[in-house]
Design a protein around this ligand. Sequence first.
Ligand SMILES: [Zn+2]
Length: 411
Amino acid sequence: MQLRYNYRVYPTPGQQVALARVFGCARVVFNDGLRLRQAAREAGLPYVCDAELSKRLITEAKRTPERAWLGEVSAVALQQALADLNAAYRNFFNSLSGKRKGRKVAPPRFRSRKDSRQAIRFTANARFKVLDNGRLRLPKVGDLAVRWSRALPADPSSVTIVKDAAGRYFASFVVTTADEPLPPVDAQVGIDLGLTHFAVLSDGKKTAAPKFLRRAARKLRRLQQDLSRKQRGSNNRKKAVVKVARAHAQVADTRRDWQHKLSTAIIRDNQAVHVEDLCVAGLGRTRLAKSVHDAGWASFTAMLQYKAARYGRAFAKIDRFTPTSQTCSTCGRIDGPKPLNVRTWTCPCGTVHDRDVNAAINILAAGRAESLNACGAQIRPASVPAQRREAGIHPGAARCSARSAEGIPAL
Ligand SMILES: [Zn+2]
């Protein structure tokens, strides 16, 4: 399975300039490609194929005076920018044709130097290298200092250098790891995700929602106010923007750590895990939007999914239209909608139900029924960063400490 391993990197001022150049060139090539395809479409010409795009926008463009500076950066980073554009188009077309499930995907958009996240990718072709002294060598950038918060488990196939809104730099390695099946256990579990309780398990276990964003609300509000008082375009404003971004990043990091702990425990204790396929995008537009966003159900389910695949457990999402909170888990009667404030109810069959535990039991039952004719969950590789402090070995990083107190971003 492919996983992402993220590390903070500390480029020198000179390397920051070099990286900024690569960010800029990759962005220009991406935008040139998008413009070319849009123009072809408007002129009624056929779709410009990937090879043609690469030839015209990288190889030939370098020979023109307007784009000669593209030669100053690694060509692989530029090719990867075009690969991103092609992937964006592919997702868009597949979404149009219905081949891709889920929310509709918008057509690719132009990238801006003001985007809060700048990223470039180097593949093995670019000959990036983790040196014996622990530095990361990038072509035409230099040897970057990396804080190895843990060791890489194997040689990475690519590295993405990210600069986030808080001005921090990260190296995100894609590593193919071997599955590590855990000894089988008998337990199976259904999980009801909610707002009062983050997760209620069919065995009756409840985990309170930690509400990281709400807890940090006062600090965030103060920083936001500081920011709004700064003059547009001033240096102090730029500093305030970074402070706000840093505070948000901290909330996200804490939430992710917490979710990793919970998902690991659930996967360790159960052979099969079933969750409801929540319509998070829909809920996110309601009055509960802030709480829904703060809960982070989507990232949590993604963690359960990749950990299940990695540790030899079964994972399934059940149909979101199953009325799990209305159905009696004892007799199967559908008792009609229950407002959110109804925490317990009694079925005519005499069973007294805890609303959430009953729902979790129904999710488990629906999941079991579905798994009889299931084709197996699909795993999107590398969509979730691997858990921190995971054991691993890499010759160049073996000596590094496992301490990792701050920021690793979700990608
Ligand atoms: Zn009943």
